[in-house]
Ligand binder design. Structure first.
Ligand SMILES: Cc1ncc(COP(=O)(O)O)c(C=O)c1O
Length: 449
């Protein structure tokens, strides 16, 4: 068989015009913005971690098996029977009008009053993040966000050559005073601040929720400084005990762009989310949506619309809440039992617990050993743009069963204890003991700064 020839572009003088490297001959042809799209260092490890014997506490996949199959198949067959040709056709770049009306009912649960004409349906809220970034970010701009923050939003911001500036949180979410200081500092440096990206409710990855009084304060700071707020709220309806405070968007319709999704309250496979934006921005978002994808999937939107019309969707959200609440409680009690020397957040909703390891442990360095012990997690460094988070781990309780969660935390404890013993061996001049120093085990309450 003839060996495959390597393709190289050459100029008239016969010199390569696009000198690449051994892995990618087109390396030097990419646009500068593609440099922001680098695979995370732990990605390869996650391929190993997806083996069935590994308990994965790493991903953020909703437990879609808790959604009765007939609820979806009934909606699908009704759509195909009654409106098949429309569902299979291109549609409006803004989204199906009936679904946009129904989205108003979903958002009303979090105190939002709006008009369906200000909603743009997108291919998941991830796509809304992409469109919004395309509209607002120039190279060198600064996006403010909580530290830590949602990793794949930061990938988008970086792909538009913007920089992420983190603002610390505590157990009540983003700290308003720290936001004020960060803005003042960046302005003094002459930086161009574009927007505040925030996940105020059941934060990914921190699990914390922005307190009600802080919501108004943060809005005021944004207004004073002429900064838009991009509120990303995939988890707000998935609370366990008390309902969280109303969305930030319920307090201001001019300075907030709100992102919602059906990924966590129904299923991510539909890929349907939305942006609710002030009028002028909405217009640009529609144009950007059309340029990118022509229109969101008519089929998915119409099936969701039918589901919202005929199924007890609020009851189904309640079912999801029960499932995740049990898993969260299992995780917290396993942490108390097996990892008493760590600290963690205790979320009232959503999918994630943010764990702080004892001093001197490095979650990224520890990951290969964890995978060898058949447990996977996401190291905290993934959620910082500035190299922070080494002492942190994001643990997801959404997908594994309660039994798997207990096994996973027990395995994680073995890894942590093994690392501490190793550390002790190399740092202690005294006799080797199997337990770690009590100092690192009495860590202060988690502070995500
Ligand atoms: C904070 C946050 N924003 C956006 C998304 C994207 O969700 P989707 O595109 O499925 O709506 C996720 C997904 O996990 C998320 O956690």
């Amino acid at each position: 068989m003839k060996a495959k020839q390597k393709r190289i572009h050459v100029s008239e003088q016969g010199r390569p015009t696009a000198p690449g490297n051994n892995l990618d001959p087109w390396y030097s042809s990419y646009a500068a913005r593609a440099a922001g799209l680098s695979a995370s260092e732990v990605r390869a490890l996650f391929a190993v971690a997806s083996r069935p014997e590994v308990v994965s506490l790493a991903g953020g996949m909703p437990y879609v098996s808790a959604l009765p199959e007939d609820l979806v198949t009934n909606a699908m067959s009704t759509v195909m029977r009654d409106e098949g040709p429309t569902a299979l056709q291109y549609g409006s770049g803004q989204g199906v009008p009936k679904l946009r009306e129904q989205i108003l009912d979903v958002m009303a649960l979090e105190g939002i009053k709006a008009s369906a004409s200000d909603i743009v349906v997108t291919t998941g809220s991830q796509h809304a993040l992409e469109l919004f970034s395309k509209l607002f970010l120039d190279p060198g701009d600064v996006v403010l966000s909580e530290g830590p923050s949602y990793v794949t939003a930061m990938v988008i911001f970086k792909s538009y050559q913007a920089e992420v500036a983190h603002v610390p949180m505590d157990d009540n979410g983003l700290i308003p005073e720290a936001l004020r200081e960060r803005i003042a500092q960046l302005k003094a440096e002459g930086r161009r601040l574009k927007f505040l990206y925030t996940i105020p409710t059941f934060h990914n990855p921190a699990g914390v929720t922005l307190a009600a009084e802080r919501r108004a304060e943060i809005l005021q700071i944004a207004q004073e400084n002429g900064i838009l707020v991009l509120e990303d709220n995939p988890y707000g309806l998935l609370y366990f005990n008390q309902q969280p405070p109303n969305a930030i968007r319920s307090l201001d319709e001019d300075g907030v762009v709100y992102l919602g999704t059906f990924s966590k309250t129904l299923a991510p496979g539909f890929r349907v989310g939305w942006a609710l934006a002030p009028h002028a921005i909405r217009e640009k978002l529609i144009l950007a949506n059309e340029a990118a994808i022509l229109c969101p999937s008519s089929f998915s939107q119409m099936v969701i619309s039918e589901y919202l019309s005929q199924a007890d969707w609020k009851g189904q959200i309640n079912t999801f809440r029960g499932v995740y609440k049990e898993r969260k409680e299992t995780m917290i009690s396993a942490l108390e039992e097996y990892l008493p020397g760590c600290t963690w957040t205790n979320p009232n909703g959503g999918f994630y617990v943010w764990l702080t390891l004892p001093d001197d442990l490095d979650s990224k360095a520890m990951l290969p050993r964890a995978v060898k012990e058949l447990v996977a997690y996401t190291p905290g460094t993934a959620f910082y743009a500035d190299g922070g988070g080494r002492q942190n781990i994001r643990l997801s309780f959404c997908y594994p069963t309660p039994e798997q969660i207990r096994v996973g935390i027990r395995r994680l404890a073995n890894v942590v204890n093994g690392e501490l013993d190793l550390l002790h061996t190399f740092t202690s001049s005294g006799p080797l003991t199997t337990r770690r120093s009590s100092q690192s085990f009495n860590a202060p309450p988690p502070n995500m700064s």
